[in-house]
Design a protein around this ligand. Structure first.
Ligand code: SF4
Ligand code: SF4
Length: 93
């Protein structure tokens, strides 16, 4: 399942999507340590599989919380996406 966390406003769409099917087989949960804002948490989903989520307190302000990882020019690889070797994490902006 693709789980989407975020919002849209007048300045754009700000969503982080997590392919939870990939989390089920993830052996390292690298997203937890990689995010400098500690936005990820591992919790059981409706089927009792351990998957990554974005903590609720961050979901309505992703544009601001992620801004340090996203300079306007010369954007480096995002720590969360780079650490997630299964490739479960995508950002809409
Ligand atoms: S590193 Fe990627 S695949 Fe592993 S738990 Fe985190 S989001 Fe899921
Ligand atoms: S872009 Fe940075 S702050 Fe945002 S989720 Fe990824 S690692 Fe965390």
């Amino acid at each position: 399942m693709i789980a989407n966390y975020g919002y849209m406003d007048g300045s754009g769409e700000f969503y982080i999507s997590i392919d939870t099917d990939k989390c089920i087989d993830c052996e390292h949960h690298g997203c937890i340590e990689a995010c400098p804002k500690q936005m990820f948490v591992i919790e059981p989903d409706d089927y009792d599989d351990e998957v990554a989520l974005i903590k609720a307190e961050f979901r309505k302000r992703l544009k601001y919380v992620c801004s340090e990882c996203k300079p306007v020019t010369d954007r480096p690889p995002l720590p969360c996406a780079e650490a997630c070797t299964p490739g479960a994490i995508t950002h809409s902006w």
